[in-house]
Design a protein around this ligand. Structure first.
Ligand code: SF4
Ligand code: SF4
Length: 146
């Protein structure tokens, strides 16, 4: 009998550091600026990206030092995923934490690192840099596709 793939066999807590890292689908959605309604708690994504996001590859340009460079950059852990309510509903960490399967376009499932982009599920080519947008204009960049 074939061994079960790790993301079905293990909980987030049980994954090795390499497995944990590979679980990220590379969508880049969590690196977009978000607005939160103070009254309702609703979170709205914008298409304005953190300055360190590579817009084509959807990878952080300085992943090792991300928290030092961007204090608001959230480093996900098995315990924090459930409290990180603003993660997109396609996020692999959120899916596994909620007991849901990964999508067919996830690179771990497809075997193709590009599949998240070819399926149109990443932010590639859809975002603008934060340096090009004034903070007071963020509302004009709210999107519905995340
Ligand atoms: S939203 Fe989740 S899967 Fe997508 S880049 Fe962020 S951590 Fe990775
Ligand atoms: S520092 Fe890197 S990982 Fe953090 S939000 Fe910016 S691009 Fe994303």
């Amino acid at each position: 009998m074939a061994a079960q793939v790790f993301w079905r066999a293990k909980t987030l807590q049980e994954m090795t550091p390499d497995e944990w890292e590979s679980l990220c689908d590379g969508c880049g959605k969590c690196c977009l600026h978000k607005l939160e309604d103070e009254d309702t708690g609703d979170v709205f994504y914008t298409r304005v990206a953190c300055e360190y996001l590579d817009h084509d590859r959807c990878q952080c340009k300085n992943y090792a030092h991300r928290q030092m460079l961007v204090p608001g950059c959230v480093v996900l852990t098995p315990d924090s995923v459930k409290e990180t309510y603003w993660l997109p509903d396609t996020c692999a960490y959120r899916l596994i934490a909620e007991g849901l399967p990964l999508f067919d376009w996830h690179p771990l499932v497809s075997g193709d690192p590009q599949s998240v982009h070819t399926a149109g599920m990443s932010v590639a080519g859809k975002v603008v840099a934060e340096s090009a947008v004034a903070e007071e204009d963020l509302e004009d960049y709210v999107i519905r596709w995340v």
